[in-house]
Design a protein around this ligand. Structure first.
Ligand code: 5AD
Length: 346
């Protein structure tokens, strides 16, 4: 197995059969060695500087019905909300004072977030905070909408591909959502000039070494600037309520493998990882992650953005406790960078 790992470190790619072999055997890899390789690669590009992004969850209204997601359309137990522009700008203002230089506007596919409203909001943020990057994570739109937002000043876009296996994609999503359309969106975003984030959940129902091999083949071909990767966590009001969560160990292994495949990638230690283990984010950083995304949403909105059960939104997960986060990072030898934190040489 180590020969495949060496090959990955040298070539930054494997063929599909090699990925399948490596992923099937991933739990028998020497973890300390794997994490050390991931950490070394992260250090080569980023040293011990961790990039922070202020996450603003601007709407939990969603027209989609993804089987895993707690804010899916059919979930009647969610109190729905949409932030107005002044509230979003106030979140950015607070975040700026705390040292955030990237704001991420994330939300469900809310028809009320019209293309023009989003464009004007992006322009307002960029006008008021010209030294900041704006990342959007609002789902699937036509190319002209993505272009409108880019022209308004948006820098980055997060759209996890969720799984690169079309059959697996069909198990996680209703029939009207297709992998082909998802990938079209990702290609359009990259083509327009965004720094683009793909990614997937670890341990989602139906995931296997085969589907993961597809994910890694996709990542090495597409070369995203960012990869969002966290454990699947069941949400009680979804069809996957009774499914097991992804594990800490598996997430750490896959984080390291992503870092070794895409050395410069912006790789968050996600909230979901912090939710399944109290040291999850630190362990993620020590396996190769280099980004954290504390929650900058207004406190009253946070408990309504329930993608999964027990989602962390207080303590050091909250942006107002950046001091606490800094202490935890200092304990593992890391510091927080006060700048936009772009993908290297883009
Ligand atoms: N567990 C973990 N992650 C989830 N997401 C949605 N629902 C869940 C869940 N139950 C992730 C999806 C989506 C991102 C915003 O959150 O991968 O792309």
């Amino acid at each position: 197995m180590n020969d495949l790992l060496d090959k990955l470190c040298q070539n930054r790619r494997l063929d599909r059969a090699e990925w399948r072999t490596l992923l099937e055997a991933r739990h028998s890899l020497d973890r300390q060695d794997l994490f050390a390789r991931g950490l070394e690669e992260r250090r080569r590009w980023y040293g011990d500087q961790i990039y922070v992004r202020g996450l603003i969850e601007c709407s939990n209204i969603c027209k989609n019905n993804c089987l895993y997601c707690g804010i899916r359309r059919d979930n009647r137990s969610v109190t729905r909300y949409r932030l107005d522009r002044d509230t979003i700008l106030a979140c950015c203002g607070k975040g700026y004072g705390w040292g955030f230089r990237t704001f991420v506007l994330q939300g469900g596919e809310d028809p009320g977030l019209t293309p023009d409203w989003v464009a004007e909001t992006v322009a307002a943020i960029k006008g008021r905070f010209p030294d900041c990057a704006v990342t959007l994570s609002l789902g699937e739109f036509d190319r002209d909408v993505y272009q409108l937002w880019f022209d308004a000043g948006a820098d980055r876009y997060l759209l996890r591909h969720e799984t690169a296996d079309p059959v697996h994609y069909g198990r996680l999503h209703p029939p009207e959502l297709t992998l082909a359309h998802r990938l079209d969106c990702l290609r359009n975003l990259k083509d327009i000039g965004y720094q683009v984030g793909a990614g997937f959940m670890v341990g989602s129902p139906g995931q296997s070494a085969d589907t993961l091999a597809e994910d890694f083949c996709f990542l090495q071909d597409f070369q995203p600037h960012m990869v969002g990767l966290g454990p699947f966590i069941p949400q009680k009001d979804t069809p996957f309520a009774g499914e097991p969560a992804g594990t800490l160990e598996d997430t750490l292994i896959l984080l390291s493998l992503v870092r070794l495949t895409l050395p410069k990638v912006l790789l968050p230690a996600t909230t979901a990882l912090g939710t399944i283990h109290p040291q999850g984010r630190e362990l993620g950083i020590q396996a190769g992650a280099n980004v954290v995304m504390p929650n900058l949403s207004p406190p009253a909105a946070r408990d309504k953005y329930t993608l999964y059960d027990n989602k962390l939104c207080t303590g050091d997960e909250a942006a107002e406790h950046l001091a606490g986060l800094k202490q935890r990072l200092a304990a593992i030898g890391c510091t927080v960078a006060v700048h936009r934190g772009d993908f290297p040489n883009s």
